[in-house]
Structures are given as structure tokens and as C-alpha cells.
Write a protein that binds this ligand. Structure first.
Ligand SMILES: Nc1ncnc2c1ncn2[C@@H]1O[C@H](COP(=O)(O)OP(=O)(O)O)[C@@H](O)[C@H]1O
Ligand SMILES: [Mg+2]
Length: 264
């Protein structure tokens, strides 16, 4: 179980309101895709949810306010993968992924064999076993992104927060990473909230989309209802056509040459 109830959840930096009174219910096992132009508030939502940015309002996880949890308890339930993760160059892949186990390692003790097993398991799932002794500084951007995802999964969270998880990946690794999250989600009833900039991928993988603009929700629902050419023109100032696959309902957003729809 891992249902999230948002109640006027808000993020403000000084006078700048980055997320305005966000209220929503994300059901257990749901994948919510958060979309919106640069600066819309997607990262602020995820960081605040991870406890890394101050927020107001409330979020409850299965009824329990997240704000009342200790950092350790929260980390055992919610894992976060940053948009541009900063990693130490001189640490091995294995040791880095092992850091994901910190909520389970006793305060004075070292990690148990169960923790090392959990790390090995995740590395296998992400096909990273052969990388385990490599130093992070020697990896490509895409490999590093998979390692950061591995650390989040080693946390064995019930909620996974992903901030543009595939931005550094080529099309093949994008698909592999998103398929893996899908597989794990079905396997363990993981709830996923992912900010995604590729609207077509968002529509394929997410169960539901929330579109933010200047911190406010402008649309929420199934991809085919949220991703209309008119709304994309208004919010992203882009000229697109939107095709809906008659077979599986997948929504494909195709950029077109042309003048962006004027600001109204
Ligand atoms: N640490 C910060 N301090 C001040 N303003 C910030 C900070 N982080 C983000 N912002 C501002 O908050 C707004 C939302 O940013 P962000 O959540 O990063 O948007 P997105 O991830 O959708 O691009 C933007 O106007 C951005 O400039
Ligand atoms: Mg962002």
C-alpha cells in the first residue's frame, strides 16, 4: 500500500510561488506523470515530497503525514532520483548503490549481508553487475543515471520519485529504464511520480498526467484528454499535432514547423 493524499501542498522560494495549492490523490501503484514547461514547478513538487525543500500544506502516505516522519522512516518509504544527480567520482558503483540501504543499516552497525544481497539484486535487474567495481567518475552520463536509479531502488521504497529520469539516455536506454520501472511497479506495487519532458513517453508509461504551468495544475487525467494540440500550444507555446493510436490509444505528440500560438 502506498497511497498519497496531497492537501494544498505548496512550495514557495521567498516571494516566488513555485507550486500553488496542489491537491490530488495518487492511488497505490499508480504512475503519475508530471508535465509542464521549464519552471512550471515539477522539480519543486518532487523535491518537496522527498523532504529536500520546505513546503506547506500536507501530504499523507497511507494516512500518515510525511512531515511527521523521521528522515530514516521517510527514506525507507520514499526514494528520489534528482534531475541532475551529483555523484562522487571516486566511489565504486557497488558502494554508491549500497548507500541506498542507509534507512535499514543500524545507527552503529555496518551493513548486513541482507543489504549487500539487496544491492546485488538491484544491480542484476539493471544489468549493471559488470559495472559494480567501476568508479562513478568513469561512467557515461547514461550509465551514471542507471546507477542513481539503482541506488533509489536499493532503498526498497514504496514511492519512487523520478525527475526527468531519461533525459541523459539514448532512446534504447530510455525505454529500458522506463520498462524496468514499469516491471518493478507491477512486482511490488510501487507508486511512481515522474516529471517527464518527453510528452509521448509520458503518455505511454504514465497512468495519468498532471500538467503544471506556473505552479498551478492546468489539466489532469488520461493522456488523450490532457495532451491536446490546443492546450500544448497555450502552455508550451509550441505548434504540434497530436495523434492517437487507434489500436492502443497511445498518444503521439509531433512537433510541426510553424508559429507558436500567440500568448493570450
Ligand atoms: N532553489 C530555488 N530558489 C528560488 N527559486 C527557485 C529555486 N528552485 C526553483 N526555483 C523557481 O521555481 C520555479 C519552479 O522551478 P522548478 O520546480 O525547478 O520547475 P521545473 O522543474 O518544472 O522546470 C521556477 O520559477 C524556478 O526559477
Ligand atoms: Mg525540473
Amino acid at each position: 500500500m502506498s497511497r498519497l493524499d496531497f492537501d494544498d501542498f505548496a512550495v514557495q522560494y521567498g516571494k516566488r510561488r513555485a507550486l500553488v495549492d496542489f491537491s490530488d490523490v495518487v492511488t497505490s501503484g499508480e504512475w503519475l506523470g508530471v508535465i509542464g514547461p521549464n519552471g512550471a514547478g515539477k522539480s519543486s513538487l518532487l523535491r518537496a515530497l522527498a523532504g529536500l525543500t520546505a513546503s506547506s500544506g500536507q501530504v499523507r502516505l497511507d494516512g500518515a503525514p510525511l512531515a511527521a516522519m523521521s528522515a530514516r522512516e521517510r527514506a525507507s518509504k520514499v526514494a528520489y532520483v534528482a534531475q541532475l544527480p551529483i555523484v562522487p567520482d571516486d566511489m565504486s558503483v557497488f558502494d554508491f548503490v549500497l548507500l541506498g540501504r542507509w534507512p535499514y543499516v543500524s545507527r552503529f552497525g555496518t551493513e548486513r549481508s541482507a543489504d549487500r544481497r539487496a544491492v546485488t539484486d538491484v544491480l542484476e535487474r539493471l544489468r549493471l553487475e559488470s559495472f559494480q567495481d567501476r568508479m562513478l567518475g568513469e561512467l557515461s552520463g547514461g550509465e551514471r543515471q542507471r546507477v542513481v536509479l539503482a541506488r533509489a531502488l536499493a532503498q526498497e521504497p514504496s514511492v519512487l520519485l523520478l525527475d526527468e529520469p531519461t533525459s541523459a539516455l539514448d532512446i534504447g536506454h530510455q525505454q529500458q529504464a522506463l520498462e524496468l520501472v514499469t516491471e518493478l511497479r507491477c512486482h511490488r506495487e510501487l507508486t511512481v511520480i515522474a516529471a517527464m519532458h518527453d510528452l509521448t513517453l509520458a503518455s505511454i508509461y504514465a497512468d495519468r498526467l498532471v500538467m503544471l504551468d506556473e505552479g498551478e495544475v492546468v489539466a489532469s487525467g488520461a493522456a488523450r484528454d490532457v495532451l491536446t494540440a490546443e492546450r500544448l500550444g497555450d502552455v508550451f507555446h509550441v505548434c504540434v499535432t497530436v495523434d492517437v493510436d487507434p489500436d492502443d490509444g497511445a498518444v503521439v505528440v509531433v512537433p510541426r514547423r510553424g508559429f507558436p500560438v500567440a500568448d493570450s
